[in-house]
Design a protein around this ligand. Structure first.
Ligand code: MG
Length: 207
């Protein structure tokens, strides 16, 4: 399986990091070894002094496809989860400054926290998924996918021109404003708002 991630997909987050709003999706990938399943701690990596959380809605690809047309894109996922795209922000800045790829800062072991998946049918509006991340009990990110620059369907259409999507692939769809650092001892908890209210899905302690 592969983990495809979208950078800067919310204008307010692009702004907070002083990045321009992209004209096409910014794509990077993480290897399967980056996955951090729910309730597993993340051990603070030694190569960074500025580890950041980025809460994101994650799609699970339900069928194989390439060159997917817009009218069929929605058929390629039927479950979503809450994920955290952990980022070594200091290392990323250094790599960006040198015009180098981001993998060292984004694709390290444990950098892709993932909650259990829930069916899209549990959501009040699949085009406006509300989600929240709290650090040590205080809300730090509160996003809604209606604010994305590139919709889930846009992403599936774009990505599948380059990479065959396969059943079981994950797509991290970008983070809203409010990203920030974690330190050892912090606990992150994430929830997605379903038809019956906010559903706690993700817990991750930094060790
Ligand atoms: Mg991200």
């Amino acid at each position: 399986m592969k983990i495809i991630c979208i950078g800067r997909n919310y204008a307010d987050h692009a702004k907070e990091l002083n990045n321009p709003v992209p004209e096409r999706p910014i794509i990077f990938m993480k290897p399967p070894t980056a996955l951090l399943v729910n309730d597993k701690p993340l051990y603070y990596p030694e190569f960074t002094k500025d580890l950041h959380y980025e809460a994101e809605i994650v799609l699970k690809i339900a069928r194989n496809g390439r060159h997917i047309q817009p009218e069929f894109a929605a058929e390629y996922y039927d479950e979503v989860a809450l994920g955290i795209d952990f980022t070594a922000r200091d290392l990323q800045a250094e790599l960006k400054g040198k015009g180098q790829p981001w993998e060292l800062a984004k694709a390290f072991d444990g950098s892709a926290a993932i909650s259990p998946f829930i069916p899209v049918s549990e959501l009040p509006d699949p085009d406006a998924i509300e989600f929240r991340l709290a650090k040590n009990g205080e809300t730090v990110q509160h996003g809604n996918t209606r604010d994305v620059i590139f919709s889930f369907n846009d992403i599936i259409v774009f990505v599948s021109q380059f990479f065959k999507l396969q059943m079981g692939d994950y797509i991290y769809t970008g983070t809203p404003a409010g990203v920030g650092p974690v330190k050892i001892g912090d606990t992150l908890k994430g929830e997605i708002f379903t038809k019956t209210g906010p559903k706690p899905l993700l817990t991750c302690e930094i060790k």
